[in-house]
Design a protein around this ligand. Structure first.
Ligand code: COS
Length: 385
């Protein structure tokens, strides 16, 4: 449901102010301490951030994709760890339930996810299963009314805070690839479910990932998303279509921030007796960054509008993810370059952002996976005539 323009503008303004006045001043501490203060998480709950994409009937704000990518660009203007605290509830931790869940599953989990009372986490990746997501090894063997889950999930965002995990596990044979995978809703605290230690990451400090280990975890059959075996891989792919648009919008928010950092430093810093922004080689870097930002922003907003219109946008979502995450990598690199030696020092935001943006090209599908999705779809269309 689309919010009326006035309400949506107010929301955008609230997010913009919260990001600038509350979150940006905390960025350095969050990076240094690898922790977001609890009071900030609570403020984000009060502002409705956990329920941005969850329909109003389940207590969320019910943003359309077009609205979500505009909010995403505002959120991207600060360290991405803040977004990560509620990002799984907005995206991969809630969307499986929303897109393919039964009404009972929606009623059971979505209100808690929308309010932030419960954190949702998405468990697809495994030690031996990353890009080749259809080869999930975690097993789910039927035993009466239950399935018994065994296996390890890796790099699971927000696992330590999660109340419910969307877990992709194999109910069929290995030969069935994706068709043998089912999506389960597994609650934290289930006997046999254990968490690994938090990983030490390059960037995005304050956002945590760890292993989730299943040792004979019994999950009731009613906890299969949609109540249907063998469609979990497709659920995961649909969730990722949306997630890729969301991550593209975050990338463009980060790009905007990095361009502002580039321009501000260019007018502040003097060399050879003038502001470095007067030099055309600096101007070229700023101009290239702004051009890529405008291209990425336009792509993601146009694709989001088509998503809302009910069009199938998997290929274009991959184009957006590929372009926006690669572009922000280049923009961050130029931001460091414009800062010179200062850009390598952690007092400057660009040093942190340089590390933070690196992950964007890896998670929710690497750039190479996006290329594969795009090219395969065009080739398939050509063959179909
Ligand atoms: N929406 C709906 N269904 C989809 C889909 C989508 N976006 N993408 C694929 N499917 C369906 C296909 O139509 C196919 O259905 P059928 O079995 O009925 O024919 C099935 O899913 C398998 O698709 P495909 O043959 O394309 O699967 P592959 O194993 O060849 O490859 C890729 C799929 C590589 C694209 C997939 O594994 C992928 O996205 N990997 C990256 C995973 C990822 O992003 N991991 C990040 C961590 S999760 S945060």
């Amino acid at each position: 449901m689309t919010l009326d323009p006035e309400t949506f503008d107010q929301l955008l303004e609230t997010v913009r102010r919260f990001v600038r006045e509350r979150l940006i001043p905390l960025e350095q501490d969050v990076d240094a301490n690898d922790r977001i203060p609890d009071e900030v998480i609570n403020e984000m709950k009060d502002l409705g951030f956990f329920g941005l994409s969850i329909p109003a009937e389940y207590g969320g704000l019910g943003l359309t994709m077009s609205e979500e990518v505009r909010v995403g660009q505002e959120l991207g203007y600060t360290a991405p760890a803040f977004r990560s605290a509620f990002g799984t509830n907005v995206g991969i931790g809630s969307q499986g339930i929303l897109i393919d869940g039964t009404e009972a599953q929606k009623e059971k989990y979505l209100p808690k996810l929308a309010s932030g009372e419960m954190v949702g986490s998405f468990a697809l990746t495994e030690p031996d299963v990353g890009s080749d997501a259809a080869s999930v090894k975690t097993s789910a063997k039927r035993d009466g009314d239950h399935y018994i889950l065994n296996g390890t999930k890796r790099f699971i965002t927000n696992a330590a805070r999660a109340g419910v995990f969307t877990v992709m596990a194999r109910t069929g044979t290995t030969e069935e690839k994706g068709r043998g995978v089912s999506a389960f809703l597994v609650e934290a605290g289930s006997p046999g479910l254990e968490l690994g230690s938090p990983e030490k990451k390059m960037g995005q400090k304050g956002a945590h990932v760890c292993d989730v280990i299943f040792n004979d975890v019994a999950v009731h059959k009613d906890q299969i998303i949609g109540g249907v075996e063998g469609v979990g891989f497709k659920t995961a792919m649909k969730v990722l279509d949306r997630g890729r648009l969301h991550m593209s919008s975050i990338s463009m928010g980060m790009a905007k921030r990095l361009i502002d950092e580039q321009v501000n430093y260019s007018v502040e810093r003097k060399q050879f007796g003038q502001e470095i922004g007067e030099f055309q080689l600096i101007q070229a870097m700023i101009a290239d960054s702004q051009t890529e930002y405008l291209a990425g922003k336009s792509m993601v907003e146009a694709t989001a509008a088509r998503y809302d219109a009910g069009e199938k946008v998997s290929t274009d979502a991959s184009c957006c993810k590929l372009f926006c995450t690669e572009a922000v990598g280049r923009i961050a690199d130029r931001a460091v370059q414009i800062h010179g030696g200062a850009g390598y020092i952690s007092d400057y935001a660009v040093e942190r952002f340089y590390r933070d943006v690196r992950l964007l090209r890896l998670y929710e599908g690497t750039s190479q996976i996006q290329q594969l999705v795009i090219a395969r779809s065009l080739i398939r269309e050509a063959k179909a005539g």
